[in-house]
Design a protein around this ligand. Structure first.
Ligand code: ZN
Length: 268
């Protein structure tokens, strides 16, 4: 599943190819459009130029003349700017030369078209918490958010309304580096742990962006850019392997249905 570093990589790759392109028409073969309805969507994006591409949390934000086209890749969403049309290509933006196609084998991805000046005030972006590098993300902020939460810290890190952009892979890595048991309840996290979560969130995501993200399962960014961060994962997907710190065996449990990997000794 693409997480923040993967979405950042897709954004940077697409920027090299589609900035300045004018959308002449759109084909929607499967409805991934959350709002507005398909016909309005097709009408509104027609003749709009892609001015910029930004990212907020795990959303790609295509800045058009009058709108933002928001795209969430969810499990398997991918963009391609070449190749032939296949049955998993669901939305195709045609330019006067070339196209941008959205491909999604699982069909979980979503798109939204929102007026530019309302983009941060309306759903889905209005529900998002702080970006990992936001200066407002402090241990005080995090402690305040955690103080009444009895959920496992792993689930809280996946809740995009507190810190946005952390997914299942990186949450495991952040908690390992912070020496925190993923089942520990939010309201039991202390100030040092809160500081460590913020420190390692930034540290790990920055390194992952530098390496182009991971390529676990079928994630790949457009143009076949493959991330190399999967080689740097310390606990995620390492069930049965030795902990790099203490040589204990890394175990896998499920928290809220999500596979969670940790070292039982380092993360008591
Ligand atoms: Zn260990």
């Amino acid at each position: 599943m693409p997480e923040l570093p993967e979405v950042e990589t897709v954004k940077n790759t697409l920027k090299k190819h589609v900035l300045g392109k004018k959308i002449i028409s759109v084909d929607v073969f499967y409805n991934m459009i959350d709002k507005p309805d398909i016909e309005t969507f097709k009408k509104l994006v027609k003749n709009q130029t892609i001015i910029d591409i930004k990212r907020r949390g795990k959303f790609l934000m295509f800045e058009l003349d009058d709108y933002y086209l928001l795209s969430h890749l969810r499990m398997e969403g991918k963009y391609f700017i070449d190749g032939s049309i296949t049955r998993h290509d669901h939305v195709i933006f045609h330019f006067d030369k070339g196209f941008l196609k959205y491909n999604d084998t699982r069909k979980f991805g979503r798109m939204y078209l929102v007026e530019k000046d309302k983009v941060y005030m309306e759903k889905p972006l209005s529900c998002l918490g702080l970006e990992p590098w936001d200066t407002n993300l402090t241990s005080d902020y995090l402690m305040e958010k955690l103080k009444n939460k009895r959920l496992p810290i792993k689930s809280i890190l996946l809740d995009q309304s507190i810190i946005t952009g952390i997914g299942n892979i990186y949450a495991d890595e952040i908690l390992f580096k912070s020496n925190i048991n993923p089942l520990k309840k939010g309201n039991n996290i202390n100030l040092t742990e809160s500081n460590n979560i913020i420190k390692y969130t930034r540290d790990i995501l920055e390194r992952a962006i530098k390496l182009g993200g991971t390529t676990i399962k079928s994630y790949e960014s457009s143009r076949g850019v493959h991330g190399r961060f999967q080689n740097n994962l310390l606990v995620h997907n390492h069930e049965g392997d030795k902990c790099p710190n203490c040589n204990s065996i890394i175990i896998k449990i499920k928290i809220n249905g999500r596979g969670t990997y940790y070292c039982p000794k380092c993360q008591k």
